[in-house]
Design a protein around this ligand. Structure first.
Ligand SMILES: [Fe+2]
Ligand SMILES: [Fe+2]
Length: 264
């Protein structure tokens, strides 16, 4: 497979922003008190998690781009941050319409941020984010099933639509980062990732089980889906899948062809 260049990612994100699904804000939240009992607390936490200002990531991406000589990488990351902030804003507006306050602090979000900020290199950042984005696929699909609100379903659909290419954005970067690593060091890296993912999957279940259950998951189905999606990403991030020695040329990339190869 050919790696997507940073300039192609910029093209993709810019095109994606032009093709957002229509969001029926005029319908209002249309969420029942029963639904809110299961999902409100959890949505507040995910909304907070999606609204990072991206300061640390920007600094990290700039240092990394200088080191590897990829001057367009920070622009691609800037678009990525913008898309995540759009997710946060959509969820925030939904909470406002549903009369649920936005929160400023959550233990899961604090742990996630602390982890990313403590380990300020690109690999640590991408590793944690790809895990959370995999679980976001499980989570937003569950929320979509947990509600009859047309608005919330559409917000989830748009987020799911955006997250697939995000996962590819991360696994391609990890393939590049691991490309020159020896076989045994890559095995060790993979083992460390599995241990970390084990903890992240459990933490997300602990923090969001009522919403996940409302979306039709048992612990078993959540566990299996989470690992299946991450196994797909692990398979894709193998450097031998890509010709990492070539620098991809700038060419138009459509949302469609990026999404096709990111689906797990
Ligand atoms: Fe997101
Ligand atoms: Fe994302």
């Amino acid at each position: 497979m050919r790696l997507t260049s940073s300039s192609q990612w910029v093209d993709y994100f810019a095109a994606n922003e032009q093709w957002l699904l229509p969001t029926p804000w005029h319908l209002g939240a249309e969420v029942t008190p029963e639904e809110l009992r299961s999902i409100a607390r959890s949505l507040q936490a995910w909304q907070l998690g999606e609204t990072s200002d991206g300061r640390h990531l920007r600094a990290c991406a700039q240092a990394y781009a200088l080191k590897v000589g990829d001057p367009e990488f920070p622009a691609a990351v800037e678009w990525f941050i913008r898309e995540e902030q759009r997710h946060g804003e959509s969820l925030g507006k939904f909470l406002d319409l549903a009369g649920v306050p936005r929160i400023q602090c959550d233990w899961g979000d604090t742990c996630f941020r602390a982890f990313r900020y403590a380990l300020v290199n690109m690999e640590c950042w991408v590793t944690v984010v790809i895990m959370v984005e995999n679980l976001a696929l499980v989570y937003y699909a569950a929320i979509r099933s947990a509600t009859r609100s047309t608005l919330l379903k559409r917000i989830c659909q748009q987020i799911l639509h955006d997250e697939l290419p995000h996962i590819r954005f991360q696994y391609e970067r990890l393939a590049i980062l691991h490309a020159r690593r020896s076989w045994w060091l890559r095995q060790l890296t993979h083992l460390a990732q599995r241990v970390l993912y084990f903890g992240v999957v459990l933490a997300v279940w602990y923090g969001h089980k009522s919403a996940l259950r409302a979306g039709g998951h048992s612990f078993g189905s959540y566990w299996r889906t989470s690992w299946r999606k991450m196994n797909f990403a692990w398979e894709r991030m193998r450097p031998e899948n890509f010709d990492v020695s070539t620098v991809p040329i700038r060419s138009p990339v459509t949302a469609c062809n990026l999404r096709e190869t990111a689906a797990g």
